[in-house]
Design a protein around this ligand. Sequence first.
Ligand code: GSH
Length: 301
Amino acid sequence: MPEIILHQYATSPFSEKIRKIFAHKKITWRSVEQPVIMPKPKLVPLTGGYRRIPALQIGADVWCDTGIIIRKIDELKPEPTLYPGGLTAAADTMNQWADRRLFWSTTPVIFEKLVMPREFIEDRSKMMPGANVADIARSAPDSRNQLRAFLEILDRQLTISSFLLGESFSLADAACFQPVWFLRIEPTSFGLAQKFTHLMRWFERVDAMGYGDVRPMDPDEALKAAKDSTPATAENVDASDPNGLKAGTRVSVTPDDYAFDPVTGRVVVSTIHEIAIERAVPELGRIVNHFPKIGFRIAAA
Ligand SMILES: N[C@@H](CCC(=O)N[C@@H](CS)C(=O)NCC(=O)O)C(=O)O
């Protein structure tokens, strides 16, 4: 199998979701530590402007957003499954719920208690235009209510099963684990979760899974791996694309929630779940960036 590189940082909750999937699937991978705030000069050439973490790299192909990273990992190594009992819809929708609801109920609760460095607040304010990141803690009381209710839903399930979709680890466990893991950086926030005994037993079980077989990689080595490779993605554009998108069309791809940095290139893949675009990068050659359709906007460029 080609070398699997994850661009991440240790405190990143969305990376934690992928690290748990690597553990479950016993994957050998390389970890490139990227900065927590901009600039990210050794990431952006690979992603074309996309700044979020994690990003998965194999040679000159780069997958941006955990939605598409999970699909790629599952394609490379389908077993052991992330969908025990064939519960694909349940696992995929819980993954989206955890990303967009459960996770965002944790941040005001944590940030109310943790003093964040000024540079971090400035960086995240730029990433979320319109939102006042310095004021995020004001919504902590409502977020605490919602978080507790979300955690109770998980705890209630875990009173009758070892994992969220039954007796085996699934994508739902990786996805719901990461926000609870994030709470642990601030003791009073984690205290909300510690009140739920079944949730805690599950948390400890998933925490103990580790991260798979990982070795660090220098960011320059990852850039060289891209430069020394050519994209391995074959053209695959859905003939029945609902918007009539054609191979070779120049488009921009942008997240629909925050960090609105468009990535521009020519369409190589457009399927139900994926858009991939090719870019010519002066210092690296051809790079193909892959994004999920869910959570992204595609526009003519
Ligand atoms: N929908 C994205 C969310 C990723 C995300 O928000 N990651 C955080 C770190 S856990 C991030 O990128 N924060 C800004 C940054 O690191 O520059 C995904 O599933 O990958």
